[in-house]
Design a protein. Structure first.
Length: 256
C-alpha cells in the first residue's frame, strides 16, 4: 500500500517535470514579442479606458468622510446621568452601554443639539451636496403648520431682477411664494424668516444648479443617522467603546 503511494507520487513528479521541460522547449520568445506588439494597441486602449473610468468615478462620486471617538466608561455612566435614564437602565454591563449608544433615543438626543431642523442642499447636474453650516442663507423662526411639508424639497430660485421665490409641491398642490431676506413669509404649510449671511450676494455658481432646503422630520432623520452610526466594544478590560460615523459632509460627520 505504502509502496503504491510512493510510486504514484514519483510518477506525478516525473510528469510535472516533463511538462515544465516541454514548455521550456516549446516557448518561442520571438513569437511572444510579436503577439505583444500586435496587442499593444489594445493593451494601451484598455489601460486608457480604465484610467478615464477611474477619473470619472472619482469626479462624480461624492466623497465619504469618517469620524470616530474612543470612550472609556467608568463606574458612573455620564450618558445615563445626562439622559436621566438611571431608573430605566439597570444593567451596567458594557454591552448595555453599547445598546444605549446605538438606540434611536440616544441618537435623537444628539441630533436635537445640532442645527438640523432644516437641511440645505445644492443639486448640480450630477451630485447633490448638503450645505451643513455652510449655507449662505437660513430659515429662522420656523413654524410648521402642516406636517406633510416635512421631508419635501423646497426650491429657492432667483430671477434676473434678483427677486427670490420659494416653491414646493405637497400632493397635488403646488405652492409658490415670493420671499425677501429679513422679512417673515407665510405659506399654507409653514412660516418663517429668510436670512442671509450679511450682505453676501447670491453666489454665481448657484445659477448652474438648484438650491433647496428640507424641513426635517425628526423621526426620519434619527432613523437615517442611526443606520450610519457604528458603536462597538474596543477593549472590554479597559471598558472602552468606539463610536464611528460616516457621511458625505465632513462637518456633519465630525459634529455627530
Amino acid at each position: 500500500m505504502l509502496n503504491d503511494e510512493v510510486s504514484n507520487r514519483a510518477t506525478s513528479l516525473d510528469s510535472y517535470r516533463d511538462r515544465i521541460t516541454n514548455f521550456s522547449n516549446e516557448f518561442d520568445l520571438g513569437l511572444f514579442v510579436y503577439i505583444v506588439k500586435r496587442s499593444l494597441v489594445w493593451i494601451t486602449l484598455s489601460l486608457l479606458l480604465a484610467f478615464i473610468a477611474s477619473r470619472i468615478y472619482l469626479r462624480y462620486t461624492a466623497p465619504t468622510y469618517a469620524s470616530s471617538v474612543l470612550l472609556q466608561l467608568g463606574q458612573s455612566n455620564n450618558a445615563q446621568t445626562v439622559l436621566k435614564m438611571n431608573d430605566l437602565v439597570e444593567d451596567h454591563s458594557l454591552q448595555a452601554d453599547v445598546q444605549l449608544l446605538r438606540s434611536k433615543f440616544f441618537v435623537g438626543k444628539a441630533i436635537s443639539l445640532l442645527p438640523l431642523k432644516v437641511s440645505y442642499f445644492f443639486s448640480g447636474q450630477i451630485l447633490t451636496e448638503e450645505y451643513y453650516k455652510q449655507s449662505f442663507f437660513r430659515v429662522d423662526d420656523l413654524v410648521v403648520l402642516d406636517a406633510s411639508v416635512r421631508g419635501r424639497p423646497i426650491t429657492m430660485e432667483r430671477d434676473e431682477h434678483g427677486a427670490l421665490t420659494l416653491s414646493y409641491t405637497v400632493g397635488s398642490e403646488q405652492v409658490t411664494r415670493p420671499v425677501e431676506p429679513g422679512k417673515p413669509f407665510a405659506t399654507p404649510h409653514f412660516t418663517g424668516t429668510l436670512r442671509t449671511a450679511g450682505d453676501r450676494p447670491w453666489p454665481k455658481e448657484q445659477e448652474r444648479g438648484t438650491l433647496f432646503f428640507v424641513i426635517n422630520d425628526p423621526a426620519v432623520l434619527t432613523a437615517q443617522y442611526a443606520s450610519q452610526l457604528t458603536v462597538a466594544i474596543s477593549d472590554p478590560d479597559a471598558k472602552t467603546i468606539t463610536i464611528g460615523y460616516k457621511d458625505n459632509n465632513a462637518l456633519l460627520a465630525r459634529d455627530l
